[in-house]
Design a protein around this ligand. Structure first.
Ligand SMILES: NC(=O)c1ccc[n+]([C@@H]2O[C@H](COP(=O)([O-])OP(=O)(O)OC[C@H]3O[C@@H](n4cnc5c(N)ncnc54)[C@H](O)[C@@H]3O)[C@@H](O)[C@H]2O)c1
Ligand SMILES: [Zn+2]
Length: 346
C-alpha cells in the first residue's frame, strides 16, 4: 500500500513481542515510534482507550456499551426535540450524579503517567484529548487541550459561568437527601462519560438544581453529541498539529470526526501518524506505524526504550549520571534491559 507518506510507507502492526534485532534495536513499528518520539515535537491525540485501564469504559472497544446506551444530545438536553427538555435534563443529571462519582474516583493509569513523563522530558509539543475525565492532568500533564471539555466542570447556559463539579455535587446531595444511597443500589451499570443506568423510579424522585448566580440551566462542560467543539479550541488544535513533528494517537477508534480530522490534517501535511490502539481504527491506512497492544504496558515500554536509547547514545563520561537519573525517574530499571524481556511478559 502506498500511504500518504510516500511509496513503500507500510504501516505494520505490532503484536506483544516485536523482536529486537541483533544490535538490540527495533526495526519494526515499535522502533519507528521510538525514533519519532525521541526526536521531540510529537503531538498526542488521546481517546477513551487510554482510560479503560483506569476502569472507565470506552464506547467502541471491548468494554464499550455504545449500543446499549444512547448518549444525550445537545438538542434533547435543551429541549429542542419532542422528548427533550426538563424531563431529559432530570434523567441526565440523575444518571450523571451517580456516574460522575465513578469517574471522579478513577485514578490515572500507567499510560497517563507515561504520557506525563514524556511531556516532562520535553518530547511532547502538546496533548489533545477527547476524554472528559481529567486523568491526563491528574497524572501531571500540563499542555492538555480538552477537545470535548471536562466532566469536572459545569457550565451555565445563561450566564456562561463555569463552576467546579464538586460544588454541584454537594448542591445535588443537599437537594436530594438520601437519594444517592437509594439510587446506588438501583444503578445497573456505569456507562462512558460518567453516566449510570438507572431505573425510572430513581429518576422520578430526583430534583435538579439551577445556576446559583442567575437561575439558568446547568450543563456539564462537555461537548454533547449534536454540539460543535468551540471554534477557537479547534483552531488551537489545528495549529498544534500543524507544527507537530509527529502525531501519535493513543486509544481512539477515530470514529468521531472531531478527533479524526487531526489525523487527516497530519497525513495531508505529510506529518507522520502513529497509532497506538488495540483493535482497528479509521486512521489505520494513514499511519506509518501501528502498535496494537494495551496502552499501559506499551507506553511504559516506550519510555523504557527511550531511556535505553538515551543511555546508549550518551558520551561515555555522562553515562553514569544519566543512568542514575533514568533509574531514579523509573525510565529504566536498575540496569538497562532489552524491551524484548519486557515485551515477552505482556
Ligand atoms: N474516559 C473518557 O473521558 C471517555 C470515555 C468514553 C467516551 N468518551 C467520549 O466518547 C468519544 C469516544 O471516542 P474515542 O475514539 O475516544 O473512543 P472509542 O470508544 O471509540 O475507541 C476506543 C478505542 O480504544 C481501544 N482500547 C480500549 N482499551 C484500550 C487499551 N487499554 N489499550 C489500547 N487500546 C484500547 C478500543 O479497542 C477502541 O478501539 C470521545 O469523543 C470521548 O469524548 C470519553
Ligand atoms: Zn448562570
Amino acid at each position: 500500500m502506498d500511504g500518504p507518506h510516500g511509496a513503500g510507507a507500510q504501516p505494520g502492526r505490532f503484536g506483544p513481542a516485536e523482536p529486537a534485532g541483533a544490535d538490540g534495536a527495533y526495526p519494526g513499528p515499535f522502533g519507528m515510534v521510538v525514533d519519532l518520539v525521541r526526536n521531540g515535537g510529537a503531538v498526542l491525540l488521546s481517546g477513551a482507550g487510554l482510560s479503560t485501564e483506569s476502569g472507565i469504559p470506552d464506547y467502541r472497544g471491548p468494554t464499550g456499551r455504545a449500543r446499549r446506551a444512547e448518549p444525550m444530545t445537545y438538542q434533547t438536553f435543551v429541549g429542542q426535540t419532542f422528548a427533550g427538555g426538563a424531563e431529559a435534563r432530570r434523567r441526565y443529571w440523575a444518571r450523571s450524579h451517580v456516574g460522575w462519582r465513578h469517574v471522579a474516583r478513577a485514578a490515572p493509569n500507567a499510560g497517563h503517567h507515561a504520557v506525563a513523563e514524556l511531556e516532562r522530558r520535553g518530547l511532547v509539543a502538546g496533548i489533545i484529548t477527547q476524554n472528559v475525565d481529567g486523568l491526563h492532568q491528574a497524572a501531571g500533564a500540563r499542555q492538555v487541550i480538552e477537545l470535548h471539555g471536562s466532566l469536572n466542570r459545569v457550565l451555565c447556559l445563561s450566564c456562561g459561568q463555569r463552576t467546579a463539579r464538586g460544588e454541584l455535587d454537594e448542591r445535588l446531595r443537599a437537594a436530594n437527601p438520601g437519594w444517592l444511597g437509594y439510587a446506588d443500589g438501583e444503578a445497573a451499570a456505569i456507562n462512558p462519560d460518567g453516566d449510570a443506568v438507572l431505573a425510572d423510579p430513581a429518576v422520578e424522585r430526583f430534583r435538579v438544581v439551577d445556576c446559583r448566580q442567575c437561575g439558568g440551566l446547568l450543563k456539564p462542560d462537555v461537548v454533547f453529541f449534536g454540539e460543535n467543539v468551540p471554534r477557537p479550541r479547534v483552531d488551537d488544535c489545528y495549529a498544534l498539529v500543524g507544527r507537530a513533528r509527529a502525531l501519535v494517537v493513543l486509544g481512539s477508534s477515530l470514529t468521531v470526526m472531531s478527533g479524526y480530522r487531526f489525523v487527516r490534517q497530519a497525513a495531508k501535511l505529510q506529518i507522520p501518524v502513529v497509532i497506538m490502539n488495540q483493535g482497528q481504527t479509521r486512521g489505520d491506512d494513514q499511519a506509518i506505524a501501528i502498535i496494537d497492544a494495551p496502552l499501559g504496558p506499551a507506553l511504559t515500554a516506550l519510555l523504557r526504550r527511550l531511556g535505553e536509547v538515551a543511555l546508549e547514545r550518551a558520551p561515555l563520561n555522562e553515562r553514569h549520571l544519566l543512568s542514575q537519573f533514568l533509574t531514579t525517574c523509573g525510565a529504566i530499571p536498575g540496569r538497562p534491559v532489552s524491551l524484548c524481556q519486557t515485551a515477552q511478559r505482556w
